[in-house]
Design a protein around this ligand. Structure first.
Ligand code: SAM
Length: 212
């Protein structure tokens, strides 16, 4: 087994997580979701939007891949899942394995997410909006809570600081409550440089930041 310092990804992968995973790392218990209008930005093939909508919550998912056909999305996410799970054994030492028992357990979550996502994307196209940060088609204060999972900070080697700053400011424009971003680490599983830079950027003084 060749041990590596981090995942080596040529571009942003198309994966998805479940509502149980979002609930855990975004601490969604802090919110009464029935009172929120939620944006899942960079949602990919996550089942959060579908699962939450079925529970009666108001959620919109946004991602640049929406607009592609179901088969194109399925093909890309299966290829990307294959690639990531092939690399994971070499970077196991970089992560704490408390939520997932092992790579196989993690894979079952990813598969469950995209298998739930695909029919929901077909049956409820209104829930899925094609959008790519750093701009979005949404109105000012349209959402009360915005979530960004495994996109910002993670790809700091591919997406520069200006991109991150413009994206956070855009999310602040469309959100009148909180924006939660997870993780704050890069592909080396180290805290992204952009976190502290954003928190001290005078262009972001209207925002209040908290690191948990
Ligand atoms: C690793 S996936 C994360 C998906 C999901 N949020 C999750 O946690 O499983 C990264 C997602 O970011 C999306 N993405 C790529 N460029 C983007 C952009 N400019 N703005 C928003 N999302 C983007 C990709 O299409 C992909 O679905």
């Amino acid at each position: 087994m060749i041990m590596k310092d981090g995942l080596e990804l040529k571009d942003v992968v198309l994966l998805g997580r479940t509502m149980a995973e979002y609930a855990e790392y975004f601490s969604l218990r802090d919110f009464d979701l029935s009172r929120e209008r939620v944006l899942d930005m960079g949602a990919g093939v996550s089942s959060f939007c579908g699962e939450a909508s079925r529970s009666g919550y108001s959620v919109v998912a946004a991602d640049p891949v929406y607009g592609l056909s179901v088969s194109e999305i399925a093909r890309k996410c299966e290829t990307d899942l294959q690639e990531v799970t092939a690399q994971l054994p070499g970077v196991m030492h970089k992560y704490t394995w408390k939520f997932y028992q092992d790579v196989e357990h993690l894979r079952t979550f990813r598969e469950s997410a995209y298998r739930t996502f695909l029919p929901d994307y077909t049956d409820h196209p209104d829930r899925y909006v094609r959008a790519a940060l750093p701009t979005t088609p949404f109105g000012d204060d349209e959402f009360t809570l915005s979530l960004v999972s495994y996109f910002l900070f993670l790809y700091e080697d591919q997406l520069d600081y200006e991109f991150h700053k413009r994206s956070v400011l855009e999310l602040a424009r469309v959100t009148r409550g909180e924006i939660r971003i997870y993780p704050m680490s890069n592909l080396l599983a180290e805290k992204s440089w952009w976190v502290r830079k954003l928190m001290t950027d005078t262009g972001c003084t209207g925002l209040s930041f908290e690191v948990r």
